[in-house]
Design a protein around this ligand. Sequence first.
Ligand SMILES: Cc1cc2nc3c(=O)[nH]c(=O)nc-3n(C[C@H](O)[C@H](O)[C@H](O)COP(=O)(O)O)c2cc1C
Length: 342
Amino acid sequence: MTDVSTTTDLTARWLGLTLRSPLVIGASPVSDDVPVVQRCIAAGAGAVVLRSLFEEQLVLDQLAAHRYVDSHVDSHAEAMTFLPDSVFDLGATPTLRRLRRLKAAVDVPVIASLNGTTPGGWTAYARDLQDAGADAIELNLYEVATGLHQHSADIEDRQIDVVASVVAAVQVPVSVKLSPFYASVPAFVARIDQAGAAGVVLFNRYYQPDINLDTLDMDRTLVPSTSAELPLRLHALALLHHRTGLSLSAAGGVHRGSDAVKAILCGAHTVQVVSALLADPPGAMRAIHSELAAWLGERGYRDLDEARGATALDNVADPAALERVNYARMLQGWRISATTRS
Ligand SMILES: Cc1cc2nc3c(=O)[nH]c(=O)nc-3n(C[C@H](O)[C@H](O)[C@H](O)COP(=O)(O)O)c2cc1C
């Protein structure tokens, strides 16, 4: 099916799955369009993640169903009004339909995504996603802590409970998509491992609204990422490679083949792409794939295992570059340049 060739074997092992390439179409509307996904696979994608099924969709759907049984009124419409801006379809049905359609149309692993942060009955929908054909579940723990009395230890305990209940609901592997904002990402990743997950995705991209100075309101425009967001991911990957047996997936800021190369050199088993795909999905995927293949081939890597982790913490000549001392060095060593002064 693929229309690209390479001298490096790009077969990737991720979450116990075998992928023909480490490039993954990340969770987004790109995955909704079956012909577009097929063209991305022909251009080199090795797997696809569906858009998330959100805790809010599932909880409100269950609430609506209970109210209907209790009162024999149509509470579905009422439940919709609880949702800010009514952004969601309620219930899992549209997602399950999309998943079955995609599974029937592609020959690469399809990963379903659940998105939520509080333990509850909604986590059992992981089983429905598995039964509809999902090869793995990606659990997104996107959390926005707003309360002065919401302590980080309590939030992390609660999130680990969510991970454990999703893991308990399925036989397929579970990968957890994380925020970068933990006091210790490595320590939290270790807890995710203990809870039975098979991998982590580093990291969620946070969508803070900007301020519109004309309207003095929030500007919710979604601005695509740039490669400038990648180093945060590279740093975490480099720290975790050698320190965890979990599958590592990079997400955020991958726009070029060189970005994918860097993520793999730091320890990523797969590399997820979204923003780069929004304008021209197959074109961007083809460019990233061929640049990745060319770079690895030119340097004589026979497969991804040879390249993975080459610049991780334990392999780089100067591990301190990844630690606090680097921060001090950078700030102490900075000098105002001639161009800045003039
Ligand atoms: C329009 C859009 C919709 C997205 N929807 C989801 C989603 O449903 N679930 C999820 O986990 N991430 C979602 N994401 C986040 C992406 O999967 C990805 O993590 C993020 O865009 C960073 O990758 P990038 O730098 O390649 O864009 C979405 C991103 C975009 C742009």
